[in-house]
Design a protein around this ligand. Structure first.
Ligand code: PDD
Length: 288
């Protein structure tokens, strides 16, 4: 039986119901996180939980638990569901109240979390995937991991309808990020990625990668790059909790470099995997 965390209670999925006037359901008034579990342990869990608290603060939502209480409950959730390799999805909304745009004076946040088995996308990481370019039509607070994802969803759907894995977004020719990932290019042995401003989500995978670069002698430039830079890049990849470090070998039908994962991308994949193993222990291949 699937066990979910509903506020501070562990209940069956069927027992966890949403009020039709929950502000998350009606307005997307809430924030969320996706945390990777490898070998039953959270990878960069502390960073994700810290970002949840930061996102909540940015939308003036006070969380009814401490980081320590949340961490403890998430570990219980992983255990109860016997999760080895997968993800935890967690979200908190401003709760249920009579529908009105302004925040309710009273009302309690509603927290839900559940686990899912998700294998590492090994074949795609080895071979690379394709991407399209799409306009970034989202709001100007992309630094908040908000439940409002329509701009992201429309771009991702466009990518999928064209048989691609991801849409790389741009604002007037400046690349921001992917629809559900951060975007990176390698040019002349330097890594470029959009700075962590209001225009992107500062990915936890992105931060981990930037931390690992000095160890492999790769210079990092947190500088915006253009669509022309993207087309002329030696290597392109995206990064996220679920996709890890995913090489992009073709964009809008045109090959990136020699249409195969580049050398720096592969080096980064290997140090990233080592970092996972350092935190979570030996990785066992899980088919699913
Ligand atoms: N998405 N940018 C956007 C718009 C994202 O949605 C995500 C992650 C990232 C990468 O962040 P991180 O490395 O912390 O996962 C960047 C998650 C996985 C999702 O919505 O499913």
């Amino acid at each position: 039986m699937t066990i979910v965390l509903y506020n501070d209670q562990f209940v069956s999925r069927e027992e966890c119901t949403v009020d039709i006037e929950d502000r998350g359901y009606q307005f997307g008034d809430g924030v969320y996180e996706v945390i990777r579990i490898y070998s039953g342990k959270m990878f960069t869990g502390k960073e994700h939980i810290t970002r949840l608290f930061e996102s909540a603060e940015k939308i003036r939502l006070e969380l009814p638990f401490t980081k320590e209480e949340l961490t403890e409950n998430l570990y219980k959730l992983v255990e109860k569901n016997n999760l080895h390799t997968g993800t935890i999805y967690l979200q908190v909304t401003r709760g249920a109240s009579a529908r009105q745009h302004q925040f309710p004076l009273e009302g309690k946040p509603v927290f839900t979390a559940y686990t899912k088995e998700v294998a590492r996308p090994e074949a795609q990481m080895n071979e690379g995937v394709t991407a399209i370019i799409a306009e970034d039509v989202r709001w100007l607070r992309c630094d908040i991991k908000s439940l409002n994802l329509l701009g992201n969803l429309l771009a991702k759907q466009e990518a999928y309808s064209q048989g691609s894995f991801e849409a790389i977004l741009h604002r007037e020719g400046t690349v921001t990020e992917g629809s559900s990932s951060n975007a990176f290019i390698i040019k002349n042995n330097k890594l470029f990625t959009h700075p962590a401003t209001n225009l992107i989500l500062n990915g936890i995978t992105r931060r981990e990668l930037i931390r690992l670069c000095p160890g492999i002698g790769l210079e990092v430039k947190e500088e915006a790059f253009t669509l022309d830079d993207l087309q002329a890049a030696d290597e392109v990849f995206i990064a996220s909790t679920t996709a890890e470090i995913m090489p992009i070998v073709q964009i809008d039908g045109k090959a990136v470099g020699n249409a195969a994962p580049g050398e720096w991308t592969q080096k980064l994949q290997s140090v990233f995997k080592a970092s996972i193993q350092e935190q979570c222990g030996e990785l066992v291949k899980v088919e699913r």
